[in-house]
Design a protein around this ligand. Structure first.
Ligand code: GLC
Length: 474
C-alpha cells in the first residue's frame, strides 16, 4: 500500500515535540513491512533542509482567497530516513526558522494542505491512504470530500492521528474564503463552537481516528478542550494505538550522541560513566540520585509546578539529591527555573532550550525521569528513559498509564495520581529509598531496559487499520 503521511513535524527534519518522532519513525517501519509510506512536511528553513540535498519534482500555484502563492515540491535525494521525504516549499510562508507560533499560522498550514492536494492532483497520484496528523493537516479530509477541485480524491480513505487534542487550529469564519470552493450546505463539517476548527473538522470527516494510546482515547471523551461530545459521538470510528519508539535511534549500545555506549551486560558501569560526565558538565555530584525533567515547559506537562517541585524536594533532602532540567516553553517557567540555579548551586541545574543530543545524554546518565503531566496523549520520554535504564516517575494519565507500572504493583516505575507538588515529592522520596537499595535499584533498571516498545510491533496495527479501510473502497 502507498501511504502519505502529511504532518507539520518530522524528526530529524523539523521537530518541536513527540509528533516529529512518530512521523519520523512509523513510515520507516511501514516500509520495512513492504509498504510505501511517504512523508510530506512544509519546507521550513531548518538545519536538515539546509544541509541535505533535495531535487525539485514539481512546481505549481495555489490560491488562498485573494492571494496567489507559488509552491515547489522538493524530494530528499538519498532517501536516508527510510522513506521518501517531500517538502512543500512556499516562499514567504515557510522559509522561516520556526515551525509554529507565527501570526499567520492559519494561512501557512492552509496553504500547505492546499498545495499538497494540488500537487497530487496535478501529478495524478492516487495513494491508498491519506494519513493526517493533528490539526495542521486536519482540513484535508474535508477538502477531499467536499471541495470541487478534489472530488476525484474522494474515494481515498483518510486517517487522522490525534497526538494532542488541546491544539485545534481554530480560526474565524472571515477566513473561510481561503478554502477552495465547496457547497455551502457542507459548512457544518468545518465548524465547532462558533469557529472553523480544523481538528474538529477532521474528526467529523475522516474515515478513521487513531489516538496515540488507548487510555488517551478514553480520557478525551471527558477532557479534550471542548471536543468531548464530538469525540464521544465519533467513538465508533476511533481506536487507540500506543506509539512505539525507534529502537535504531534509541539504542544505548550504538547511540553516537552518548559519551559512553552500554547495553544490558554493562549498564551499571555505562550509566555511571555517563552520569559522571553529565554531572561534571552541570556541576552536580554524581554520587547522589539524579532526577531530571525533559520536555516542553508548558502546563500540560505540569511544568508550571516544576520550580516548586524542585525547591520542595531540594529543601526536604538538603544535599542529598540532584535535579537537572532540560526544556523550553513558557517564558515565566523558563525564568523561574533559571533563577533556582543560584539558590541550589551544586544540587540543581537547568538547560533552557532544545537540545536533542543533551536529551540523549541525560536519558543515559540520569537515575529518574519526572513526568508529572496533566495531559499526556502518549509520552515518548518515559519510553526512552525505560530503554536507557532510567526509572520514570509519572502521573497516571494517558499513555503514561499504559506504559508505566508502579514497582509496588510488581512493575518498574513510580506512579502518582495527581499533578501536584505533594504527589511528585512523595514519589521523589520513594525514589530516594529505592536508590539506597542498590540491588533492587539495579534489578529495576535492568528490567526496564528489556521492555520492548519498538515500532516493529506497532506498525502492523496501523497496517490493519489501513487494510480495513481499503476493503471499504472495493
Ligand atoms: C504529542 C503528545 C505526546 C505524544 C506525542 C507523539 O506531543 O503531547 O504525549 O507522545 O504527541 O504522539
Amino acid at each position: 500500500m502507498e501511504i502519505f503521511h502529511i504532518s507539520a513535524e518530522c524528526y530529524p527534519v523539523a521537530k518541536v515535540g513527540g509528533l516529529a518522532d512518530v512521523v519520523g519513525a512509523l513510515p520507516k517501519y511501514l516500509n520495512q513491512l513492504g509498504h510505501q509510506a511517504k512523508v510530506i512536511v512544509p519546507g521550513y528553513d531548518t538545519k536538515f533542509s539546509r544541509e541535505n540535498e533535495f531535487e525539485n519534482v514539481h512546481n505549481g500555484q495555489l490560491t488562498l482567497g485573494y492571494f496567489q502563492f507559488s509552491y515547489s515540491i522538493l524530494k530528499e535525494k538519498r532517501n536516508q530516513l527510510g522513506f521518501e521525504l517531500y517538502q512543500i516549499v512556499i516562499p514567504d510562508l515557510f522559509d522561516r526558522p520556526n515551525i509554529y507560533s507565527y501570526e499567520d499560522d492559519t494561512e501557512r498550514f492552509l496553504a500547505f494542505q492546499i498545495a499538497f492536494l494540488n500537487w497530487i492532483t496535478e501529478t495524478n497520484q492516487y495513494p491508498d491512504i491519506l494519513h493526517c496528523h493533528d490539526h495542521h493537516s486536519g482540513l484535508i479530509p474535508f477538502m477531499v470530500q467536499n471541495c470541487y477541485n478534489y472530488q476525484h480524491l474522494k474515494q481515498i480513505p483518510t486517517v487522522l492521528t490525534i497526538h494532542n487534542a488541546q491544539y485545534q487550529g481554530w480560526f474565524e469564519a472571515n477566513k473561510l474564503h481561503y478554502l477552495p470552493d465547496f457547497h455551502p450546505s457542507k459548512l457544518g463539517f468545518l465548524e465547532w463552537n462558533g469557529a472553523i476548527n480544523p481538528l474538529a473538522s477532521a474528526i467529523k470527516c475522516v474515515w478513521k481516528i487513531t489516538t496515540v494510546s488507548p487510555s488517551y482515547l478514553e480520557e478525551i471523551s471527558s477532557n479534550a478542550n471542548g471536543l468531548e461530545n464530538l469525540l464521544r459521538y465519533e467513538r465508533r470510528k476511533s481506536i487507540g494505538i500506543l506509539n512505539g519508539i525507534d529502537n535504531e535511534v534509541w539504542n544505548a549500545k550504538t547511540d553516537e550522541m552518548l559519551a559512553i555506549n552500554y547495553d544490558l551486560n554493562d549498564f551499571i558501569k555505562g550509566k555511571t560513566k555517563n552520569k559522571k560526565i553529565l554531572c561534571e558538565q552541570f556541576n552536580l555530584d554524581f554520587k547522589k540520585p539524579l532526577f531530571t525533567f525533559i520536555g516542553r515547559l508548558v502546563g500540560e506537562k505540569g511544568a508550571d509546578l516544576l520550580t516548586e517541585i524542585c525547591s520542595v524536594a531540594l529543601n526536604q533532602n538538603v544535599n542529598k539529591i540532584n535535579i537537572l532540567v532540560l526544556g523550553s516553553g513558557d517564558a515565566g517557567v523558563e525564568s523561574s527555573l533559571e533563577n533556582l540555579k543560584s539558590f541550589y548551586y551544586g544540587n540543581y541545574n537547568a538547560y533552557i532550550g532544545y537540545n536533542e543530543k543533551l536529551a540523549h545524554q541525560i536519558y543515559a546518565g540520569a537515575d529518574f525521569l519526572l513526568m508529572p503531566s496533566r495531559v499526556e496523549p502518549c509520552g515518548l520520554n518515559q519510553m526512552y528513559a525505560l530503554r536507557y535504564g532510567t526509572i520514570p516517575i509519572v502521573r497516571r494519565t494517558g499513555g503514561l498509564k499504559d506504559t508505566v507500572l508502579d514497582i509496588g504493583d510488581g512493575g518498574f516505575g513510580i506512579c502518582h495520581n495527581e499533578t501536584s507538588v505533594f504527589d511528585v515529592n512523595y514519589s521523589i522520596n520513594r525514589a530516594i529509598n529505592l536508590y539506597k537499595d542498590s540491588e533492587k535499584f539495579d534489578a529495576v533498571r535492568k528490567s526496564t531496559m528489556q521492555i520492548d516498545h519498538s515500532w516493529d510491533k506497532v506498525a502492523t496495527e496501523y497496517i490493519n487499520v489501513y487494510q480495513s479501510l481499503k476493503k471499504l473502497t472495493k
